[in-house]
Ligand binder design. Structure first.
Ligand SMILES: [Zn+2]
Length: 213
Protein backbone atom coordinates (compact mmCIF):
# COMPACT_ATOMS: atom_id res chain seq x y z
CA UNK A 1 0.00 0.00 0.00
CA UNK A 2 1.40 3.41 -0.94
CA UNK A 3 1.83 6.11 1.69
CA UNK A 4 -1.11 8.04 0.23
CA UNK A 5 -3.32 4.96 0.27
CA UNK A 6 -2.44 4.39 3.93
CA UNK A 7 -3.50 7.96 4.73
CA UNK A 8 -6.72 7.60 2.71
CA UNK A 9 -7.51 4.40 4.58
CA UNK A 10 -6.70 6.10 7.90
CA UNK A 11 -8.97 9.06 7.15
CA UNK A 12 -11.80 6.68 6.40
CA UNK A 13 -11.13 4.67 9.57
CA UNK A 14 -11.04 7.82 11.71
CA UNK A 15 -14.32 9.01 10.27
CA UNK A 16 -16.19 5.72 10.59
CA UNK A 17 -15.03 5.35 14.17
CA UNK A 18 -16.01 8.88 15.18
CA UNK A 19 -12.38 9.89 15.66
CA UNK A 20 -12.78 12.71 13.13
CA UNK A 21 -15.64 14.52 11.44
CA UNK A 22 -16.27 16.71 8.40
CA UNK A 23 -13.31 18.77 7.24
CA UNK A 24 -12.00 19.27 10.78
CA UNK A 25 -8.64 17.64 11.35
CA UNK A 26 -5.70 16.76 9.16
CA UNK A 27 -3.20 13.95 8.83
CA UNK A 28 0.34 13.69 7.56
CA UNK A 29 3.20 11.27 7.18
CA UNK A 30 6.91 11.72 6.78
CA UNK A 31 8.34 10.87 3.37
CA UNK A 32 12.00 11.42 4.35
CA UNK A 33 14.01 13.77 6.61
CA UNK A 34 13.07 16.76 4.52
CA UNK A 35 9.52 16.20 3.30
CA UNK A 36 6.06 15.19 4.45
CA UNK A 37 2.75 14.39 2.81
CA UNK A 38 -0.13 16.34 4.34
CA UNK A 39 -3.81 16.68 3.54
CA UNK A 40 -4.70 19.69 1.41
CA UNK A 41 -6.82 22.51 2.80
CA UNK A 42 -10.56 21.81 3.04
CA UNK A 43 -10.36 18.05 2.42
CA UNK A 44 -13.02 15.74 3.83
CA UNK A 45 -11.28 13.28 6.16
CA UNK A 46 -13.59 10.33 5.45
CA UNK A 47 -13.35 10.64 1.69
CA UNK A 48 -9.75 11.52 0.85
CA UNK A 49 -8.56 11.10 -2.74
CA UNK A 50 -5.03 10.66 -4.12
CA UNK A 51 -5.07 14.31 -5.23
CA UNK A 52 -6.01 15.53 -1.74
CA UNK A 53 -2.40 15.50 -0.50
CA UNK A 54 0.44 17.95 -0.88
CA UNK A 55 4.14 17.30 -0.64
CA UNK A 56 5.69 19.79 1.76
CA UNK A 57 9.34 20.72 2.32
CA UNK A 58 9.95 20.70 6.09
CA UNK A 59 13.22 22.64 6.02
CA UNK A 60 12.18 25.42 3.68
CA UNK A 61 8.57 25.26 4.91
CA UNK A 62 7.52 25.31 1.30
CA UNK A 63 4.63 23.61 -0.45
CA UNK A 64 5.95 21.53 -3.36
CA UNK A 65 2.50 20.89 -4.85
CA UNK A 66 -0.13 22.98 -6.60
CA UNK A 67 -2.89 22.67 -4.03
CA UNK A 68 -3.02 24.66 -0.83
CA UNK A 69 -1.75 22.72 2.19
CA UNK A 70 -3.88 22.33 5.34
CA UNK A 71 -3.92 25.54 7.36
CA UNK A 72 -2.60 23.53 10.32
CA UNK A 73 0.65 22.79 8.45
CA UNK A 74 2.89 24.73 10.95
CA UNK A 75 1.85 22.30 13.69
CA UNK A 76 2.88 19.28 11.58
CA UNK A 77 6.18 20.79 10.42
CA UNK A 78 6.97 21.77 14.02
CA UNK A 79 6.50 18.17 15.17
CA UNK A 80 8.58 16.56 12.39
CA UNK A 81 11.40 19.04 12.93
CA UNK A 82 11.47 18.51 16.70
CA UNK A 83 11.00 14.75 16.57
CA UNK A 84 13.07 12.84 14.00
CA UNK A 85 11.48 9.58 15.24
CA UNK A 86 7.97 10.67 14.27
CA UNK A 87 6.61 9.20 11.02
CA UNK A 88 2.94 10.16 11.26
CA UNK A 89 0.78 12.89 12.80
CA UNK A 90 -2.99 13.01 13.29
CA UNK A 91 -4.83 16.14 14.37
CA UNK A 92 -8.56 15.99 15.01
CA UNK A 93 -11.28 16.86 17.46
CA UNK A 94 -13.23 13.73 18.44
CA UNK A 95 -16.20 14.42 20.70
CA UNK A 96 -15.04 13.09 24.09
CA UNK A 97 -11.43 14.16 23.64
CA UNK A 98 -12.57 17.66 22.73
CA UNK A 99 -14.89 17.72 25.72
CA UNK A 100 -11.79 17.17 27.88
CA UNK A 101 -9.88 19.81 25.88
CA UNK A 102 -12.70 22.21 26.76
CA UNK A 103 -12.53 21.43 30.47
CA UNK A 104 -10.04 21.14 33.32
CA UNK A 105 -10.95 17.48 33.87
CA UNK A 106 -7.82 15.29 34.19
CA UNK A 107 -7.33 12.36 31.78
CA UNK A 108 -6.46 9.27 33.82
CA UNK A 109 -3.69 7.02 32.51
CA UNK A 110 -4.04 4.17 34.98
CA UNK A 111 -7.17 2.43 33.70
CA UNK A 112 -6.44 -0.26 31.06
CA UNK A 113 -3.58 -1.61 28.95
CA UNK A 114 -3.73 0.66 25.87
CA UNK A 115 -4.51 3.55 28.19
CA UNK A 116 -1.28 3.01 30.20
CA UNK A 117 0.78 2.50 27.10
CA UNK A 118 -0.44 5.15 24.68
CA UNK A 119 -1.27 7.89 27.17
CA UNK A 120 1.90 7.83 29.23
CA UNK A 121 2.99 11.27 28.06
CA UNK A 122 0.00 13.56 27.66
CA UNK A 123 0.92 17.20 27.16
CA UNK A 124 -1.18 20.36 27.01
CA UNK A 125 -0.96 23.60 25.08
CA UNK A 126 -3.04 26.72 25.63
CA UNK A 127 -5.49 27.95 23.04
CA UNK A 128 -3.97 29.71 20.02
CA UNK A 129 -5.90 30.38 16.84
CA UNK A 130 -5.68 27.52 14.33
CA UNK A 131 -2.91 27.66 11.77
CA UNK A 132 -0.87 30.28 13.59
CA UNK A 133 2.87 30.15 14.00
CA UNK A 134 2.36 30.51 17.77
CA UNK A 135 0.34 27.32 17.84
CA UNK A 136 2.98 25.55 15.71
CA UNK A 137 5.73 26.66 18.09
CA UNK A 138 3.82 25.71 21.25
CA UNK A 139 3.12 22.24 19.81
CA UNK A 140 6.73 21.75 18.68
CA UNK A 141 7.95 22.61 22.20
CA UNK A 142 5.47 20.27 23.89
CA UNK A 143 6.31 17.47 21.42
CA UNK A 144 9.77 17.24 23.03
CA UNK A 145 8.16 15.36 25.92
CA UNK A 146 4.71 14.28 24.74
CA UNK A 147 3.24 12.04 22.06
CA UNK A 148 -0.33 13.14 22.76
CA UNK A 149 -0.91 16.88 22.97
CA UNK A 150 -4.25 18.21 24.14
CA UNK A 151 -4.97 21.57 22.56
CA UNK A 152 -7.14 23.64 24.88
CA UNK A 153 -10.55 24.51 23.38
CA UNK A 154 -9.52 22.95 20.08
CA UNK A 155 -8.79 19.20 19.98
CA UNK A 156 -5.76 16.95 20.04
CA UNK A 157 -2.67 16.10 18.03
CA UNK A 158 -0.97 12.71 18.28
CA UNK A 159 2.27 11.49 16.73
CA UNK A 160 3.94 8.13 16.36
CA UNK A 161 6.43 5.90 14.58
CA UNK A 162 3.73 4.77 12.12
CA UNK A 163 0.27 5.85 11.06
CA UNK A 164 -1.30 2.72 12.58
CA UNK A 165 0.31 3.44 15.95
CA UNK A 166 -0.90 7.05 15.77
CA UNK A 167 -4.42 5.70 15.21
CA UNK A 168 -4.04 3.45 18.27
CA UNK A 169 -3.01 6.49 20.28
CA UNK A 170 -5.97 8.64 19.31
CA UNK A 171 -8.38 5.74 19.74
CA UNK A 172 -7.01 4.91 23.22
CA UNK A 173 -7.41 8.59 24.13
CA UNK A 174 -10.99 8.90 22.86
CA UNK A 175 -11.96 5.64 24.57
CA UNK A 176 -10.44 6.82 27.84
CA UNK A 177 -12.28 10.15 27.72
CA UNK A 178 -15.54 8.38 26.87
CA UNK A 179 -15.00 5.90 29.70
CA UNK A 180 -14.39 8.62 32.28
CA UNK A 181 -17.49 10.59 31.22
CA UNK A 182 -19.67 7.49 31.01
CA UNK A 183 -18.55 6.40 34.48
CA UNK A 184 -19.26 9.84 35.92
CA UNK A 185 -22.70 10.15 34.36
CA UNK A 186 -23.78 6.61 35.21
CA UNK A 187 -22.42 6.59 38.76
CA UNK A 188 -19.99 3.73 38.06
CA UNK A 189 -16.87 4.10 40.14
CA UNK A 190 -13.68 3.60 38.14
CA UNK A 191 -10.91 1.58 39.72
CA UNK A 192 -7.48 2.98 38.92
CA UNK A 193 -4.43 0.76 39.06
CA UNK A 194 -1.85 1.94 41.62
CA UNK A 195 1.07 3.94 40.17
CA UNK A 196 3.65 1.28 40.92
CA UNK A 197 1.69 -1.28 38.88
CA UNK A 198 1.47 1.09 35.91
CA UNK A 199 5.22 1.78 36.15
CA UNK A 200 5.88 -1.95 36.39
CA UNK A 201 3.77 -2.46 33.24
CA UNK A 202 5.61 0.28 31.34
CA UNK A 203 9.03 -0.96 32.35
CA UNK A 204 8.65 -4.72 32.34
CA UNK A 205 5.57 -5.86 30.47
CA UNK A 206 5.69 -7.85 27.25
CA UNK A 207 3.06 -5.63 25.61
CA UNK A 208 5.22 -3.37 23.46
CA UNK A 209 8.59 -1.71 24.04
CA UNK A 210 8.28 1.52 26.00
CA UNK A 211 9.35 4.67 24.22
CA UNK A 212 10.87 6.98 26.81
CA UNK A 213 10.75 10.73 26.39
ZN1 LIG B 1 -7.46 22.26 14.28
Amino acid sequence: MSEKQKLIHTGHYLMTNQLAWGTSGNISSRVDEKTMLITASGTFMGDLKEEDFVLFDLEKEKNLSERKASKETPMHTGIYKTRPDVQAVIHSSPFYTTLFACSKEPILANLFIENFYYLENIGYVDYYHPGTRDLGEAIAEEAKKSDVIMMRNHGVVVMDSSISEAVMRIEALEMTCRMIITAKSSGVELHSLPDYKVTEFLEESLYKPRVKR
